[in-house]
Design a protein around this ligand. Structure first.
Ligand code: G3P
Length: 218
């Protein structure tokens, strides 16, 4: 499974890329707004920090303008992935970009039928929003397994399932079990995944016992 990080915070991206666990970055207009940075400069800088896909979202709602914006964004760097909303206009633009070999991430997916449309439009990734579905009393992880089953039925589909709106480590486990190809994680959640109290306890015990030996390896 690939891990992307879902943030516009350059310090976090720099630090987490050094762990070797980060395969790409996703952003959205809200994350760009909270970064306080110029959109194009931000994407340019993120693209230097990871060789993986960096999702940058169009702002227009009509396909013609989306395609113009996509051109501006994809000219920033080779690893930019154009993020498009799951609307009729977004999928029209997706189809054109996919035919041109440009990576796309279809976002704001909340149903398996929408994911089916995204795959038919040739999307590189489809982003089901797990947490936001849970928030309204639906089961986000069930959506991931439904999409995985559908895509398995049609080997001609090449679209990867990118689980988004992840709210905690349990979501990461659940979407991995349900068949997601990628999870995009807020930085805090990637950090939490390393943690287990028994790891800390065990390490403290080993260090204490090692001290008693009086030895040093280096
Ligand atoms: O980037 C899309 C998605 O991950 C947003 O998550 O927490 O705003 O629902 P959230």
């Amino acid at each position: 499974m690939k891990f992307f990080i879902d943030t516009g915070n350059l310090d976090e991206i720099r630090e987490l890329c050094e762990t070797g666990m980060v395969d790409g970055v996703t952003t959205n207009p809200s994350l760009v707004a909270s970064s306080g940075k110029d959109f194009k400069s931000l994407i340019k800088e993120i693209c230097t920090l990871t060789p993986g896909h960096v999702s940058a979202e169009v702002l227009a709602t009509d396909s013609e303008t989306m395609l113009k914006e996509a051109k501006v964004l994809s000219d920033i760097a080779d690893n930019v992935c154009i993020k498009l909303p799951l609307t009729m206009e977004g999928l029209k633009a997706c189809k054109v970009l996919s035919a041109d070999g440009i990576a796309t991430n279809v976002t704001l997916c909340f149903s398996a039928l929408q994911a089916l449309l995204a795959a038919k439009a040739g999307a590189t990734y489809v982003s089901p929003f797990i947490g936001r579905l849970d928030d309204v009393g639906q089961n986000g992880c069930e959506l991931i397994s439904d999409i995985a089953s559908i895509y398995d039925n049609y080997p001609e589909f090449d679209t990867r399932i990118l689980a988004a709106s992840i709210r905690g480590p349990q979501h990461v486990l659940d979407v991995a079990l349900a068949g997601a190809d990628v999870s995009t994680l807020p930085p805090k959640i990637l950090r939490q995944m390393y943690q287990h109290p028994l790891t800390d306890k065990g390490l403290t015990g080993f260090m204490k016992d090692w001290e008693k030996t009086g030895q040093s390896l280096l």
